[in-house]
Design a binder for this molecule. Structure first.
Ligand SMILES: [Zn+2]
Length: 200
């Protein structure tokens, strides 16, 4: 229950604040942190693009993936408002264990555009991001992630043994940002690509 004193203090704050800050004083207080507090709403939605457009960008991620015949993990970052492909990457974990396709793509983005503008971007990946990559994408505050092959179905069938934490688990455990996730785009094609990859 709101006390009279609280109401009076709020009114005082409204009167004293300059115009630019009144909107904040009017806004409802954020809910107290709690384990049951849902993550914030996504800033971007997967419906910002059509299924055909998602498939078109996934084909570019597949092109990147095919550059590594052993581990065809590839990614691109797209600006959906303009359709511009603003970064790309292919798994290079042979050189450095952190260089998954998504991380190479993140690094390419930063080298070309700086560490900004993530919220309006979508990353496309040939496979569901692992916990390391999904966490990095969340730390970037990316707007959305679209992937093809799932970790626990397609990657397992292709003889890989992914960590048993899904990309959705990472998003659900994050209190401060919420990219949208969309899986299965062109997964028939990428599942086959992972199955047919060169084996050591
Ligand atoms: Zn990864």
């Amino acid at each position: 229950m709101i006390s009279k004193r609280t109401l009076l203090m709020s009114f005082g704050a409204l009167v004293c604040l300059p115009a630019g800050r009144r909107a904040r004083a009017d806004a409802p207080s954020p809910a107290p942190p709690s384990s049951s507090t849902p993550s914030p709403a996504p800033r971007l939605s997967s419906s910002v693009l059509s299924r055909e457009q998602h498939e078109r960008f996934m084909r570019l991620a597949i092109e990147q993936g095919r550059k590594n015949p052993y581990y065809p993990f590839g990614a691109v970052i797209v600006e959906p408002q303009t359709g511009a492909v603003v970064a790309e990457g292919t798994n290079n974990a042979r050189e450095n264990p952190t260089l998954h396709g998504e991380i190479v793509c993140i690094n390419d983005y930063v080298s070309r555009h700086g560490n900004r503008g993530w919220g309006s971007k979508i990353l496309y990946s040939t496979a569901e991001p692992c916990p390391m990559c999904m966490t990095a994408l969340i730390f970037a505050h990316i707007g959305g992630v679209v992937y093809a092959t799932s970790a626990f179905d397609g990657q397992k069938k292709a003889g890989m043994d992914p960590i048993k934490i899904s990309a959705q688990d990472i998003v659900d455990a994050t209190p401060f940002t919420r990219p949208f996730l969309l899986g299965g785009i062109l997964s028939a094609e990428t599942d086959r690509m992972f199955l047919d990859r060169k084996r050591h």
